[in-house]
Design a protein around this ligand. Structure first.
Ligand code: NOJ
Length: 528
């Protein structure tokens, strides 16, 4: 058990590079900035850093529109800055995970320039081109995830190209073996530079229906939802052949040892599990976003954990996520008090946790004035934008929170004078201290990292309780999703010791039998 591979034992921390640390005074974070803050990540106690895209890009979708898979955008630095980051991270025993964006390139990628040059161009088939539909309009009803049709007419060649996202992000044709080979070469380029794994963007989108059938209408569509929800995406994504592609990608990684493949997948549980692949040949960790999508209630979360555990294929390793650069922050969704309970949940469930930068400060919804909106999705479909969860990291008191010397590309949270690393790092009851303590406990107690999971049915509606155990070690986690205090029944024959309370204090408290759990309190107990 103790030899379990690093990505099973460890924790992942996502950095949105534009917003972590600016080192050259342009208001945008960069690689040298991340390198400067590696000591913070080591101090916090995470094991791996996943960096959202830093490749050359026109930034139509802030780096998720890649113009060169084997370079670094000058905004973020250079390849030698990247090598330095990897070397410095490894020196601190931190792994580095890159964001790989294989579904689409930028419209500015030379491959697309060639592809659109003529119907006969050898690169034409690297992208997805179709003749207009019978009425001269788009070839089918597929929609862009950012609103509007997913097809754009290229007048020069008279065909439409497909883009699951912006028209500046044409989808690659993953049915073309030459595309696959080129993309696997790109993976190798970074693996050779020492990258420890990849988070693969929209991996379930890679293969589309071979006959481009219309997606069926969604009878539950409501106007407040993003337009993409008008149809079920059954033909434009999640096609069975995608599993072959993922297995190939995984094989590329495995040739370099224990490098991890994490797939970004928003699908219902049954479909998500398919992405572990036949005989676990697929993604090592298909990202599990269920905690983001489930109502914040003890019963709902308990059911979700049990269903997820039960749905895992034999040998499949679980993982949990509370937030990322596409989702409202956990603190904004459930409030800071419950965000502490969520942190305790994330870091004590069975499976690899991924933390989102700033959540350890309890960053909430940051208001974005209209003139400062940056996210293209917000511009297309107001109300659905992701800028509020992408604002700069807050390091210290002062006008720019230590993030930059210039005006940051997105506003800081209004409470940045007090909500920052410097103010919270030595404060015993701060959420940052809680995160750090939880991360330390996960390292100290193999039961938390690799132990089994068992729900404890206490019969208290607001309480979620479970046991994690390995060998003789048994830890109990008791989380109060409500505001009232509760007496918690525990076996009279056992003694317990508090390892951690989400509110601080209580550590070392011992007893036998019942204990009291405060409102919105979480406890980790060691049983003996
Ligand atoms: C998912 C990424 O997380 C998101 O930020 C991006 O806009 C889309 N994929 C398109 O690449």
């Amino acid at each position: 058990m103790t030899e379990t591979v690093w990505w099973k034992r460890g924790t992942v921390y996502q950095v949105y590079p534009r917003s972590f640390q600016d080192s050259n005074g342009d208001g945008v974070g960069d690689l040298a900035g991340i390198t400067r803050r590696l000591d913070y990540l080591a101090w916090l106690g995470v094991d791996a850093v996943w960096i959202s895209p830093v490749y050359p890009s026109p930034m139509a979708d802030y780096g998720y529109d890649v113009a060169d898979y084997c370079g670094i955008d000058p905004l973020f630095g250079s390849l030698s800055d990247f090598d330095e980051l990897v070397a410095q991270a490894h020196r601190r025993k931190l792994k580095v995970i890159l964001d790989f964006v294989p579904n689409h390139t930028s419209i500015a990628h030379p491959w697309f320039t060639e592809a659109r040059a003529s119907r006969e161009n050898p690169r034409r088939d690297w992208y997805i081109w179709r003749d207009p539909g019978p009425d001269g309009g788009p070839p089918n009803n597929w929609l862009s995830n950012f609103g509007g049709p997913a097809w754009t007419l290229d007048p020069a060649t008279g065909q439409y190209y497909y883009h699951a996202f912006l028209r500046e992000q044409p989808d690659l044709n993953w049915r073309n073996p030459a595309v696959r080979a080129a993309m696997y070469d790109a993976l190798r380029f970074w693996l050779e530079r020492g990258v420890d794994g990849f988070r693969v963007d929209v991996i379930w989108h890679l293969i589309k229906d071979d006959s481009f059938r219309d997606n069926p209408a969604n009878p539950h569509f409501a106007e407040h939802l993003p337009e993409i929800n008008r149809f079920h995406q059954v033909y434009s994504a999640d096609r069975p052949e995608v599993l072959d592609v993922i297995a190939e990608m995984r094989a590329v990684l495995r040739a370099y040892g224990e490098r991890v493949l994490i797939g970004e997948i928003y699908l219902p549980l049954e479909r998500l599990m398919a992405y572990y692949g036949p005989d676990l040949s697929g993604a090592d960790m298909p990202f599990n976003f269920q905690l983001i999508q489930t109502p914040w209630r003890a019963d709902a979360v308990q059911e979700l954990v049990e269903n997820y555990e039960a749905g895992l294929p034999e040998g499949g390793w679980p993982n949990w996520v509370l937030g990322n650069h596409d989702q409202p922050r956990i603190s904004a969704r459930i409030g800071e008090e419950q965000a502490r309970i969520a942190a305790m949940l994330l870091l004590t469930l069975r499976g690899t946790p991924t933390l989102y930068y700033g959540d350890e400060l309890g960053l909430g919804h940051v208001p974005i004035p209209p003139e400062r909106v940056r996210d293209p999705w917000e511009l297309n479909e107001p109300g659905h934008g992701r800028d509020p969860e992408r604002t700069p990291m807050q390091w210290e008191p002062g006008p720019r929170a230590g993030f930059s010397t210039a005006e940051p590309w997105l506003p800081l949270s209004p409470d940045h004078e007090t909500r920052n690393v410097e103010c919270l790092q030595d404060m015993p009851g701060s959420i940052l201290t809680l995160y750090r303590r939880l991360l330390a406990l996960r390292r100290e107690h193999p039961a938390l990292a690799v132990g089994s999971y068992r729900t404890l049915a206490l019969g208290l509606p607001d309480i979620l309780a479970y046991e994690r155990s390995v060998g003789d070690a048994r830890l109990r986690v008791i989380l109060n999703f409500g505001t009232a205090a509760h007496e918690i029944p525990l076996p009279e024959s056992e003694t317990w010791t508090v390892l951690l309370s989400s509110r601080g204090g209580r550590a070392g408290e011992r007893g036998a039998g019942r204990t009291v759990l405060g409102g919105a309190e979480g406890l980790i107990l060691m049983q003996s």
